[in-house]
Design a protein around this ligand. Structure first.
Ligand code: AMP
Length: 294
């Protein structure tokens, strides 16, 4: 496994694989790797000759009041995990290597970036789209892997890839959960014992929605209201939003139909957590995805 810090060195190294037609699978991460990340890497390993993982805590996607400074960076452990997953290249740039003095070019996916998490995290998705663009240019992957856990991010990356004609196939992999239903996240490490219990309110609210839809509920206002009721019972949970939207264009739905996304964000004390599930509703099948054992 090669660890590369300099962007131009990475580009040069990977060029030979492009020339010889070896497929490159790419998994961008901010490190603090958990089983969710590893599932993306394992998929990339299965489908490509060369696997590249980037570990970069991207300052451009953090707001001034957010957790950039304290974001976990267990580098040694991350590198061991990458080695175990048979990663070929770990790209480990310093912030200065990617954002030189005077950096001033950004990628903004209009519309999709302004809704849901974008409302309370202005500039976040601009930072995400910009770093992913830079990484795509440096790695030039054939396939890039992202998690459904960050559903809005996934929609934005797919739209950006299409709009800007990146010759990259985007694969969205299912959310990995702890046994009790909590979606795995690097930020779960911030949760104390009680907060870890409180955090289950996200998957429980989603599960309630799932049960309601399975029982025939279609009115999204009512479903959201029941979810809010459940969340309000937890004193430590401060809701940011719950939304039921079209999973591609993220526009709100009045009635459950087509490919829908139920997304929510809330704070447990200072820790911001997100979760979602994506379902498909057709008159033929009322099936909703499995949220694990809750
Ligand atoms: P991050 O390091 O948080 O930027 O995440 C890197 C990639 O891992 C993103 O594409 C995430 O959507 C994905 N990811 C994060 N958590 C999970 C999870 N629980 N299951 C699957 N993928 C995940």
């Amino acid at each position: 496994m090669k660890i590369i810090k300099a962007p131009d060195k990475l580009f040069k190294d990977l060029k030979k694989f492009k020339i010889s037609g070896k497929s490159i699978g790419f998994v961008p991460t901010m490190g603090a790797l958990h089983a969710g990340h590893l599932s993306l890497i394992a998929q990339a390993r299965k489908e490509n000759k060369i696997v590249v993982v980037s570990i970069f805590v991207n300052p451009k996607q953090f707001g001034p009041q957010e957790d950039l400074k304290v974001y976990p960076r267990p580098l040694k452990k991350d590198l061991l995990l990458c080695k175990k997953e048979k990663v070929d290249y770990v790209f480990l740039p310093g912030a200065n290597a990617l954002y030189a003095e005077g950096f001033s070019t950004y990628v903004d996916v209009e519309g999709l970036s302004a809704v849901l998490c974008g409302k309370s995290r202005p500039g976040h998705f601009r930072g995400v789209a910009t770093i992913v663009t830079k990484l795509f240019n440096l790695v030039q992957p054939d396939v890039a892997y992202f998690g459904q856990k960050d559903a809005q991010q996934a929609s934005i990356i797919k739209k950006m890839t299409k709009d800007l004609n990146f010759p990259v196939k985007i694969k969205i992999m299912p959310t990995l959960r702890e046994k009790d239903g909590l979606a795995m996240s690097s930020r779960n490490a911030y949760l104390g014992k009680q907060e870890r219990k409180d955090a289950l309110v996200l998957s429980r609210a989603l599960n309630l929605a799932k049960v309601l839809i399975r029982g025939g509920a279609k009115d999204t206002v009512r479903i959201i209201s029941r979810m809010k009721q459940l969340i309000s019972k937890n004193k430590n949970a401060k809701l940011d939003y719950i939304a039921i939207v079209d999973s591609e264009n993220l526009k709100p739905l009045k009635i459950i139909s087509g490919n829908y996304l139920i997304a929510l964000a809330l704070n447990i004390k200072k820790v911001r957590l997100i979760d979602n599930f994506q379902g498909r509703f057709s008159t033929q099948s009322k099936s909703v995805p499995n949220m694990g054992t809750l």
